[in-house]
Design a protein around this ligand. Structure first.
Ligand code: ADP
Length: 349
């Protein structure tokens, strides 16, 4: 019943014993000072000849600095991901998964290889939007994302559960570990844009994603009601504090279009989008109307058929900002063989 969970945890254990994971010393990100507390207290003044380079010094003085340590994880060795874009929101239900799906579809339509890492573990809705009901496949090399009808790679916790209605009743660290493994253990292959559908809010799991996955930027999704509160600003400020570039703000369910006259009706009053964007110093990426056709394509699992150019400018911006390849390319005879075996199984790559 929990074979996939077992797969995850056994791999995690193996990796800890191996060399690929950075040993964070039980979560301590400090350089441990040598000597007893008494000795350290006795040497609390800066010693003579101090160069302030604590990395090459064995002295234990009061001036000793903590060594900065990165928590970033490497992707799977057979993953070659050019750009990683997080999609965040202050709270759930504002259309974050909708925007994630639409961005992946739009860039896929432009000819890029796109994928979605569904990190919204307790409310995963990506597989349903793409009509994916199969289970994730895995072997000793790693886990393989499912492929949508147009070739978008997708990994979600729903593809690991016994049934789609099984709730994820896991504690925070377990959820964070699974999300991290979606990055480290999934064989994403060659991807131009990997979109990470982040869990809403500013809790433990978003923090893990920010710290362990090297995001190139984030898109903040909001709704008109959220814009009148400070919730969206919390999400924006979290990204700023973590030094993640904010690509811009998308207002979903911004208005409805009158089916008779085509007029825009702002159901929740005048939008505060430009005001909030200006206040936070971030650009507006787009406004999406509340559209029954959008809800329908998601419900029917055919989000790839959506019509609308609301996020065209956002997709163009990402296309314009293409950066050099990151991640490890498969090297050496062993990896070439592995890559060939995977390519044969996953013909889209
Ligand atoms: P979140 O990821 O923020 O929790 P979702 O993207 O899952 O939100 O959206 C919540 C629900 O609202 C879904 O059923 C989705 O189909 C619907 N929805 C989202 N955006 C729109 C929209 N612009 N028009 C109509 N329905 C929408």
């Amino acid at each position: 019943r929990f074979s996939f969970c077992f797969f995850f945890f056994s791999r995690e254990k193996k990796k800890k014993a191996g060399s690929r994971l950075v040993d964070k010393g039980g979560g301590r990100a400090y350089t441990i000072c040598q000597g007893t507390v008494k000795e350290r207290n006795a040497m609390s003044n800066t010693p003579e000849g101090c160069t302030h380079d604590c990395g090459s010094c064995s002295q234990s003085c009061g001036e000793r600095k903590q060594a900065p340590q990165s928590f970033l994880e490497n992707p799977h060795e057979l993953s070659c991901i050019k750009k990683v874009i997080g999609v965040v929101s202050g709270k759930g239900g504002v259309g974050k998964s909708m925007v994630t799906s639409m961005m992946a579809v739009l860039l896929n339509r432009k000819g890029y290889s796109t994928a979605i890492l569904d990190a919204d573990v307790t409310g995963p809705s990506i597989p349903k939007a793409f009509g994916i009901h199969e289970k994730a496949q895995g072997d000793e090399t790693g886990l393989y994302p499912a492929r949508s009808k147009t070739g978008i790679g997708i990994m979600s916790v729903n593809m690991l559960l016994e049934t789609e209605t099984t709730p994820v009743i896991w504690r925070g660290p377990v959820i964070s570990g699974v999300v991290k493994q979606f990055w480290t253990d999934v064989v994403w292959g060659d991807v131009d844009f990997l979109f990470v559908d982040m869990p809403p809010g500013t809790g433990d799991v978003p923090l893990t994603v920010f710290q362990s996955i090297p995001l190139d930027g984030i898109i903040v999704v909001t709704s008109p009601q959220e814009l009148v509160s400070v919730i969206v600003e919390k999400a924006v400020n979290m990204a700023k504090m973590m030094n993640i570039p904010i690509l811009g703000l998308v207002e979903n369910m911004s208005y409805i279009t009158c089916p008779d006259c085509g007029r825009e009706i702002q159901v929740f009053g005048e939008s505060r989008l430009t005001e909030v964007a200006a206040h936070n110093g971030i650009p507006v990426l787009g406004r999406i109307p509340m559209d029954p056709a959008l809800a329908r394509v998601v419900d029917q699992g055919v989000v790839e058929l959506f019509e609308g150019d609301w996020l065209a400018a956002a997709a163009q911006q990402l296309e314009d900002q293409q950066c050099p390849r990151r991640g490890k390319r498969a090297r050496g005879p062993r990896n070439i063989l592995k890559a060939a075996a995977i390519a044969a199984r996953r013909c889209c790559w």
